[in-house]
Design a binder for this molecule. Structure first.
Ligand SMILES: Nc1nc2c(ncn2[C@@H]2O[C@H](COP(=O)(O)OP(=O)(O)O)[C@@H](O)[C@H]2O)c(=O)[nH]1
Ligand SMILES: [Mg+2]
Ligand SMILES: [Zn+2]
Length: 296
């Protein structure tokens, strides 16, 4: 028998796939075929009394990566529709953190959604400081979807299911912003699903380290990859950083120099747009800081 499946868990040489009818099947991965990732669409062949084998990986729409030990890119999931970038009043987001995440999501070609969690903790006092959370409405004006949630009180997490429905999503954010709490709130049967995954692979899926694709009650898929992006991102080039600032888009390509870094060169269209009030000054300042750090 043969058919197509969706990879839910990948352990490198083997993993778990879901077939069209919902059946879950442990599969062997062959080196010659390549290493399937969580979220891959694959072809599976099964000969009676033998283990199922992945015979082909469908071309990926995108790869979600994390920074490896040497700052290199390490693909951990494929074919995502969106990345939920979670921020919260505590721990206070560091300056430029949102820009850094949004640039990274952009470079992967995936849609970012900003989630403000612990919304009930957001006080005006906090907003008086120079917190990135003060700018959330401006991010929305820039075209980034913004959802407001709380795992403890009103407004709850009701804003999430309509956005997650029929999509494949992953949660990223600093440690402590509430990612695990959101996963728990979104997946009332989390332990059941985890247990079922472990039983099929017979290996015990370590949900504290393994990247796992869960099925949401609203019908979407949620990839949980513990610790992803909590310890930093891979280095990005000047062009990737500039491309990730979507408000620069209309002005890119109009600078005097083709290789303009938008860092004070004469005839810079980005700089002119900032001076003309067409690009927000704080965005440009954030861009130049990311640029300096990338060069350092
Ligand atoms: N007040 C408040 N606390 C929350 C909320 N969501 C999570 N927390 C708490 O924040 C802490 C960190 O949550 P956790 O889910 O472990 O964050 P993670 O490190 O991003 O996975 C825990 O003590 C949670 O109980 C929220 O919406 N409001
Ligand atoms: Mg966690
Ligand atoms: Zn320029």
């Amino acid at each position: 028998m043969s058919g197509s499946g969706l990879v839910l868990v990948s352990h490198g040489s083997h993993g778990l796939a879901e077939l069209a009818d919902g059946e879950r099947l442990e599969c062997v991965f062959r080196r010659s075929v390549g290493r399937p990732l969580c979220g891959d669409r694959v072809e599976i062949a099964q000969i009676e009394n033998q283990s199922a084998v992945v015979t082909a990986i469908e071309p990926r729409r995108n790869e979600f990566v994390r920074a490896g030990a040497r700052g290199n890119k390490q693909a951990i999931a494929a074919n995502l529709d969106q990345v939920l970038v979670v921020v919260a009043p505590t721990p206070e987001p560091s300056r430029d953190l949102l820009e850094r995440y949004l640039v990274a999501v952009h470079s992967l070609g995936i849609r970012p959604v900003i989630v403000l969690n612990k919304a009930e903790c957001l006080t005006t006092a906090e907003l008086m400081h120079d917190s990135p959370l003060r700018r959330l409405d401006e991010y929305r004006e820039l075209g980034y979807p913004l959802l407001t949630t709380s795992c403890k009180e009103a407004p709850g997490i009701a804003a999430l299911p309509p956005t997650l429905e029929a999509q494949t999503s992953i949660l990223v954010g600093q440690s402590g912003v509430g990612k695990s709490s959101l996963v728990n709130a979104l997946l009332p049967d989390l332990e059941l699903q985890t247990g079922a995954l472990s039983r099929v692979t017979g290996k015990g899926t370590h949900t504290t380290t393994t990247t796992v694709m869960y099925t949401l009650p609203c019908g979407g898929r949620l990839i949980d990859s513990p610790g992803v992006w909590e310890y930093g991102l891979w280095p990005m080039t000047q062009q990737e950083i500039a491309d990730g600032f979507r408000d620069f888009g209309a002005f890119q390509g109009h600078c005097r120099f083709n290789d303009c870094r938008h860092a004070g060169e004469p005839g810079c269209a980005i700089r002119e747009a900032v001076d003309a009030g067409k690009i927000r000054k704080w965005r440009y300042q954030s861009y130049t800081r990311l640029l300096q750090q990338a060069a350092a």
